[in-house]
Design a protein around this ligand. Structure first.
Ligand code: AHR
Length: 511
């Protein structure tokens, strides 16, 4: 049995929970759009062809904002191809994923789906093959009320009211040599600055995300942010981060400590952004948009890997691409990554788990078949539901374990929030120990706890192991079950099973 003591104090807060950190991502990639969120003819499809089973799961997951339409896809995309009468839309080759894009789904369809899913839109512009003109025209088409050629075209295409898109990404992963239209930091920084400026001239109310590095492992990481923010500091509101984690060669210990790397990545980008602020004598702060993060088994060979599809040389509509099957270990890691994002909620304003449906996704669906929750659905859904009000600062004293990649890591990882309105504290916990249960005691300073209102845990199911996952024929093997937890005055105690993610919500009064 390992041990951890955690102290929170009502007066020590990080800041309000940024609801946009419970974001997701819909890319025209594999089966995320087609047969994921959109499948006319499916038994659950509504009059617009949206799968209502997937819509319901999206709402249940508590997704707040969805990035669209890519990803690598956006760097070769013409937004005009996705508007107007569907029958007249051009079929195009999408070089990013070696796929035929029918354009049956585009901006209007996404805006309508987003309304039904009750999510905010985060729209990415193409700064790979296109630039200032296409970007400002898209803002005019989407956000200008009417009386101009582009806004009136939107109205003729069925949307009398502007879409009112506030959040815009200035391209995607422009530091990556794989990106169509890849640029140096100076080339990208100048283009992003000018595109952002022109977009703001059309709609001054928009918020802009400049591309940071596509991972902290990029050789240009750090320098890229410094140079790009040097060019874009005045126009940008946020800088992006992307990170994907996987278990490598059976090194579960390091994999489970992935959030240590996420903490480092976030803190490094904050330092770089603040150094640019100081050097340029700027007043405002640039905050962070962690707009792609998840577990992704990138090094696992498979028929649905982008490399295999490219090597096969086929051009098909929405092939299966990276439909990773998530297990118990992955769900625990996702829980710790969400803890990291929440702990940094004073600077991480937006985060998007990549992606929403089928493509490295919490929601899986089959064409003509069912939709179901992967294991990683659960920590996201519960944290989005219960992380409300203020983020509490934590003092954690946990037994540690050694990892090959990240040094010593806490066995117990945590984050917590306090909602004064409902009088509830929510604590999100993970036990990274593969074999040992963990005794956890939480001291709730400044509060008296009256009762535990919710205590649930996700762990290895009866008869399963850490690799157990939810599949089409067994959709509920990994999920939440009740956890025993007690509150006595200002102390909360529980025992976390080995390899688990848990949430405990306590009704509190101010002491
Ligand atoms: O989410 C999958 C891909 O990962 C995105 O298209 C790209 O931005 C990233 O490299």
């Amino acid at each position: 049995m390992s041990r951890a003591t955690i102290t929170v104090d009502r007066d020590f807060t990080v800041g309000p929970v940024p609801r946009r950190i419970f974001g997701s991502f819909v890319e025209h990639m594999g089966r995320c759009v087609y047969t994921g969120i959109y499948e006319p003819g499916h038994a659950t499809a509504d009059e617009e062809g949206f799968r209502t089973d997937v819509l319901e799961l999206t709402r249940e997951m508590g997704v707040s904002v969805v990035r669209y339409p890519g990803g690598n896809f956006v760097s070769g995309y013409r937004w005009e191809d996705g508007v107007g009468p569907v029958a007249e839309r051009a079929r195009r080759l999408d070089g990013a994923w070696h796929t035929v894009e029918t354009n049956a789904f585009g901006l209007h369809e996404f805006a309508s789906w987003a309304r039904k899913a009750d999510v905010e839109i985060m729209e990415a512009i193409n700064l790979g093959t296109r630039g200032v003109e296409a970007a400002r025209e898209l803002v005019e088409y989407a956000n200008h009320p009417g009386g101009t050629a582009l806004s009136d075209l939107r109205r003729r295409n069925g949307a009398a009211d502007p879409f009112g898109i506030k959040l815009w990404c200035l391209g995607n992963e422009m530091d990556g040599p794989w990106q169509i239209g890849h640029k140096t930091a100076d080339e990208y920084g100048r283009l992003a600055q000018e595109a952002g400026k022109a977009m703001r001239l059309v709609d001054p109310s928009i918020e802009l995300v400049a591309c940071g590095s596509s991972s902290s492992g990029m050789p240009t990481f750090g320098e890229w942010e410094r140079i790009v923010l040097g060019h874009t500091y005045d126009v940008a509101d946020y800088v992006s981060l992307h990170a994907y984690y996987e278990e490598r060669e059976g090194d579960a210990a390091s994999f489970l400590a992935s959030a240590v790397d996420m903490d480092y990545f976030i803190e490094s980008v904050v330092s770089t952004a603040d150094a640019v602020r100081a050097a340029g004598k700027h007043k405002k702060f640039i905050n962070l948009s962690f707009d792609e993060w998840n577990v992704w088994y990138q090094s696992r060979p498979g028929v649905d890997s982008p490399a295999e599809i490219e090597a096969a040389g086929t051009w098909t509509e929405h092939p299966r691409i990276i439909e990773d099957e998530y297990n118990v270990t992955d769900a625990v890691v996702v829980g710790t990554l969400l803890n990291s994002l929440l702990r940094h909620g004073d600077r991480v304003s937006i985060a998007n788990q990549a992606q929403l449906a089928n493509v490295i996704a919490p929601i899986r669906s089959e064409a003509g078949g069912p939709a179901w929750r992967q294991s990683i659905f659960w920590p996201f859904a519960r944290m989005s539901e219960l992380a409300r009000g203020e983020i509490l600062r934590l003092a954690v004293s946990s037994d540690k374990y050694g990892t090959a990649r990240f040094g010593d890591a806490d066995l117990v990882d945590a984050s917590a929030t306090w909602d004064e309105e409902t009088g509830r504290v929510a604590i999100f916990l993970a036990n990274r120990g593969l074999d040992e249960d963990a005794d956890v005691s939480v001291s709730l300073r400044g509060f008296t706890g009256s009762r535990v209102t919710r205590a649930e845990v996700l762990t290895v199911p009866e008869g399963g192991d850490r690799f157990t996952s939810n599949i089409v024929d067994a959709q509920d093997r990994v999920g939440l079950r009740p956890l025993s937890a007690a509150v006595d005055g200002a102390t909360l105690t529980t025992t976390l099973p080995a390899l688990s993610w848990a949430v405990i919500e306590v009704e509190v009064a101010k002491a």
